[in-house]
Design a binder for this molecule. Structure first.
Ligand code: DUC
Ligand code: ZN
Length: 457
């Protein structure tokens, strides 16, 4: 089945121009001016912007944390993603300490296969390091896992300097890359002890125990380890101006560093933690925490000038009932925010429509760069012949409002409630199939696993 998209404005990482797209089955057959229909079904997309399907390289679906499980599994999470224009997610397979990587991979396939509505891949979490884990690396690359995650905080997952160094060196051999959660665990623990001793047990203590300096310290610490290991690294969910400064310093001395940030760090600030009602504040608990308006400005500027490569969501959803676990002890609030559905429209609205970034930058940080960084560019991240026909259609003239009622996520709330948006995602095509039409998801559970190669940027 051939399909011709006529008269649209294509957005790429390097330019925006009028062109038609011809798709044939699951892939793009041609992109050009005035393409003849040759028997294809024709859709007039005049006045619309067409982006390559968005890639969310940071989701946590069906994850056990804090004695509970995320509200979204792969069924609700990927349906929500698709609805918001995300045609591929990369979720974090997360074996427990002591379990093998192959067990973690098998478990994540069991969670995702047959349930996912958008395409998906996995990063592999390394929370332990020994000879048998090292011996599993070739099998991971063979299975299409080329990116890994390490934590500098969270006792269940954190990995010390020595193991981090060994793991980074081993990944280097295969051209693999690690994304690292950077926060200084020891000082956070001390601040938590002090706050509890002083009886400061509400959500307002959460950001005060995880100040900007402790993200910047961990970023600097990681980057010096990466310098010695002589490897590129990714700073995931970077949230502060101070951490940007550390990355710029490392780049100035010649290191290759990639940065991811998230919509909640761009659009929300830490004043919400002081809301008087517990659940109004607790719903925003995530790590790193929301920051100051000055950090938001620094992040937007860093997106605009190319300092930041990707915007993903860190979607890790809990219901307000689950967030209740931390009444009387803020450290028991399960950390994480839902956001997989709202990323594209928020970046378009607050970014492009309000003039903070160009459409090309939006395309780079949502589609092109994650595809390149995570080894699937060509198939994903681009509107060009041979690529999967993953297409997001945006009506720039429409307006909308973000509401919980409109979310597919099982979280039951959105941290972006009430934000008015310029533009609307009207259609989403997944491998040539109309998967979302005016807010209605038409194709469920047709997502497929995307094995990935090594990075292409
Ligand atoms: N941060 C969160 O808030 N939740 C999940 C994992 C993470 O790093
Ligand atoms: Zn995360």
């Amino acid at each position: 089945m051939k399909h011709l998209f006529k008269g649209g404005t294509l957005v790429t990482g390097s330019g925006t121009f009028r062109a038609d797209i011809l798709t044939d089955g699951e892939t793009i057959a041609a992109v050009g001016q005035d393409l003849p229909p040759h028997g294809a079904a024709v859709t007039d997309v005049t006045g619309k912007l067409l982006f390559p399907g968005f890639i969310d390289a940071h989701t946590h679906f069906d994850l056990d944390v804090c004695n509970t499980t995320t509200a979204d599994d792969f069924a609700s999470g990927t349906k929500s993603a698709l609805r918001g224009g995300t045609t591929t997610v990369i979720d974090f397979a997360c074996p427990n300490k002591g379990e093998s990587l192959s067990y973690g991979l098998k478990l994540w396939h069991e969670k995702a296969d047959g349930k996912s509505s958008c395409d998906y891949g996995f990063h592999m979490t390394i929370d332990d390091w020994n000879e048998s884990i090292e011996a599993e690396l070739p099998a991971m690359f063979d299975a299409g896992i080329s990116s890994f995650k390490m934590y500098m905080t969270y006792p269940a997952m954190m990995i010390g300097d020595k193991d981090m160094y060994y793991a980074l060196r081993a990944l280097r051999q295969y051209g693999g890359i690690a994304g690292v959660h950077c926060e200084n665990a020891g000082v956070i623990d001390a601040l938590i002890e002090q706050h509890k001793r002083d009886g400061l047990t509400g959500p307002g203590s959460h950001p005060r125990c995880r100040p900007n300096a402790l993200e910047a310290e961990a970023v600097a610490h990681l980057l010096r380890i990466a310098q010695v290991a002589d490897v590129p690294v990714i700073i995931v969910h970077l949230s502060t101006a101070e951490a940007l400064h550390e990355v710029r310093a490392a780049r100035a001395r010649g290191q290759q560093v990639y940065i991811e940030t998230c919509p909640h760090y761009l659009l929300l600030d830490d004043s919400v933690y002081d809301l008087p009602e517990y659940s109004a504040a607790a719903r925003y608990v995530c790590a790193p925490p929301l920051r100051k308006k000055a950090d938001q400005q620094a992040l937007w500027q860093a997106l605009a000038d190319g300092t930041i490569q990707t915007v993903s969501t860190d979607h890790c959803s809990f219901t307000l009932q689950q967030k209740d676990a931390g009444r009387g002890d803020f450290t028991k609030i399960p950390g994480g925010l839902p956001g997989v559905q709202t990323r594209g429209i928020l970046l378009y609205s607050a970014g492009v429509a309000e003039g903070r970034i160009t459409p090309e930058t939006m395309c780079r940080v949502l589609s092109e760069n994650p595809a390149k960084l995570y080894g699937m560019f060509g198939r994903k991240g681009v509107l060009a012949p041979g690529a999967d026909a993953d297409i997001v259609v945006i009506d720039p003239a429409a307006e909308g409002v973000i509401t919980a009622a409109d979310q597919i996520s099982s979280a039951g709330y959105t941290p972006f409630e009430g934000i008015k948006t310029h533009g609307r995602i009207t259609q989403v095509y997944l491998r040539g199939q109309l998967a979302v039409d005016n807010g209605e998801v038409l194709a469920e559970r047709t997502g497929t696993y995307i094995p990935r190669g090594v990075r292409q940027m």
